[in-house]
Unconditional design. Structure first.
Length: 280
């Protein structure tokens, strides 16, 4: 059972969708939701301030830092107050928190293993400093001790879930997590997709045996054949209107193999048109 739902808020459209999901889970699961805003300290570092000062026509940047910090702090408070108002109106059990630091690191530190972290796929900072700040959502997904849900640009009530399952440890964890998660959302049947390199009766039976051992709710299984990331992406996009959430294990490959071949998890995070829930 989820202990708390923690939502990263930065004022972007994507983070407000994440907020909608956080409030939805709070009401549906009767769990507290915490709205968190992190002022990224890298926005206050000298190189960024120098560039900002130059862009604004200032000859010195010394006086900009305190003012910028104050502005970012006040903006964060306004975002959190708006979240709290929205949460109360919808009947959620909410609290708010703000901190200064590196966004991904602070969010991960705030969450316990029994929590659920929700972040938007694209944040406000990506619009003007994507290379400087990197992908917060992917960094959170990699570092988090708890499950991470990465939302897209539209909220949908969760009624139809697919599980991407390959039989390895992380996907087994995802299957086990799904039992209570789906039950608590009043979902009694899920769709499972499993990608094999080629048709193999032996491998298909092995996957079925594992699913029967670990999934305690009804499921419908589809086998796909080819490269996992390509086939999963294709299936999600072709069935996007019938899918509300994709559940999968997070980063099942070794880091060395990921560097050489890439990560299926990262690929799906970036390509999926529906929210993705990653289980450690």
């Amino acid at each position: 059972m989820i202990n708390r739902v923690i939502v990263g808020l930065d004022g972007s459209n994507s983070s407000w969708v994440a907020a909608d999901y956080g409030i939805y889970f709070s009401v549906k699961l009767k769990r507290p939701v915490v709205g968190v805003h992190i002022v990224d300290i890298r926005l206050l570092e000298t190189p960024f301030i120098e560039d900002l000062a130059g862009a604004l026509g200032f000859t010195t940047y010394a006086d900009i830092t305190p003012k910028l910090k104050e502005i970012l702090d006040e903006r964060g408070k306004a975002i959190l107050n708006e979240f709290a108002k929205k949460c109360r109106e919808k009947g959620g059990d909410c609290s708010i928190a703000q901190a200064f630091g590196i966004v991904a690191n602070e969010l991960v530190e705030m969450a316990d293993p029994e929590d659920l972290l929700i972040v938007g796929k694209t944040g406000m900072h990506n619009k003007f400093a994507p290379l400087f700040l990197g992908s917060t959502s992917e960094a959170v997904a990699r570092k988090s001790k708890c499950p991470v849900m990465i939302t897209t640009n539209k909220f949908k009530e969760i009624k139809r879930i697919i599980l991407a399952f390959d039989g390895r440890e992380k996907s087994v964890h995802a299957a086990q997590y799904l039992n209570d998660f789906a039950k608590n959302l009043s979902i009694d049947k899920v769709t499972v997709i499993s990608v094999l390199e080629e048709k193999s009766g032996e491998k298909e039976e092995h996957i079925k045996d594992l699913l029967d051992s670990y999934i305690k709710i009804d499921y419908q299984l589809h086998f796909l054949y080819g490269y996992p990331e390509e086939e999963i992406e294709r299936y999600i996009k072709e069935n996007r209107e019938e899918i509300d959430l994709v559940v999968m294990g997070a980063y099942g490959e070794s880091r060395i193999k990921e560097l050489i071949l890439g990560s299926t998890t990262s690929f799906i995070i970036n390509k999926s048109p529906v929210p993705v829930l990653l289980i450690k």
